[in-house]
Design a protein around this ligand. Sequence first.
Ligand SMILES: NC(=O)c1ccc[n+]([C@@H]2O[C@H](COP(=O)([O-])OP(=O)(O)OC[C@H]3O[C@@H](n4cnc5c(N)ncnc54)[C@H](O)[C@@H]3O)[C@@H](O)[C@H]2O)c1
Length: 316
Amino acid sequence: MNQSSPPQRILVTGGAGFLGSHLCDRLLASGHDVLCVDNFYTSTRRNITHLLEHPNFELIRHDVTFPLYVEIDRIYNLACPASPIHYQRDPVQTTKTSVHGAINMLGLAKRTGARILQASTSEVYGDPELHPQPESYWGNVNPIGIRSCYDEGKRCAETLFFDYRRQHNLSIKVARIFNTYGPRMLPNDGRVVSNFINQALRGDSITIYGDGSQTRSFCYVDDLVEGLLRLMESDEEITGPINLGNPNEFSIKELAEKVVNLIDNGSNIVYEPLPQDDPTQRPPDIGQARKVLGWEPKIPLDEGLPITIDFFKGLM
Ligand SMILES: NC(=O)c1ccc[n+]([C@@H]2O[C@H](COP(=O)([O-])OP(=O)(O)OC[C@H]3O[C@@H](n4cnc5c(N)ncnc54)[C@H](O)[C@@H]3O)[C@@H](O)[C@H]2O)c1
């Protein structure tokens, strides 16, 4: 396991982001040298200010669509805007970040002999006709819609990873990440957990689209990071793709009620029409992760939600 492995030089692209900054924390705590590469497109330096003085931490402001020449043992490729508001702001740049970013990081892995992990997404399944989605499901993705820059960009990145494996024998790992939440999410990125918490903290009404019976599953960030670390240090022949997420489902209404109870700021819940492409459910099938990595989420929503609320309170 990573925790007990000898110190490595580890590159985290998107290392100043929500997931990336928690990953940097964990890697440094395990004694590794961490090189964080980020262009701060969707993150703030606040996420990593506590690391800037750490002797094993280095920050490079760099856009992964351009090549990078560093000496490295491991690459976690997380750089990419992740919420619809952000990835639709400049869709061409989103595709470039996924595709050119993957090519550049795979090229770096090839040159240095580094092992490389791709942060892929459940969105590669598109609007699935199968629930829950096993990794063997090829998905149902619109190639020309407004979400395609993200979905198809991530799919192409997966293709590149497996072609670099077949063609150049690279050591690759692909994680398909499902909805994750926790401290250091951005308050206004449109994701449901941060939306509800910030509406409640302001004392505003909490907006539910539809009747709130649609379900979602939420993985706490520490669990997700543990899954990424295990996948990276898994045996060479384990490439993934592997789903990582929390299979426990909650209705959106339940989530809203939990937030209202925890914040108790007089917010009421209001209902608005459901957008057309809103899926009714999205639970991960984590059978592979359980079997191959011995991994499953440990932190329930009732534990992760108060920590996340405290973080957003601190921001206010
Ligand atoms: N959080 C989730 O629920 C979730 C779910 C599925 C997949 N993922 C994937 O995990 C990764 C991290 O997601 P996150 O939630 O931490 O998002 P995030 O937006 O907080 O982090 C992404 C980071 O990448 C950086 N970045 C964007 N474009 C870049 C570029 N061209 N060059 C260098 N840096 C760039 C951003 O500034 C940011 O720091 C993403 O690849 C995302 O697609 C996340």
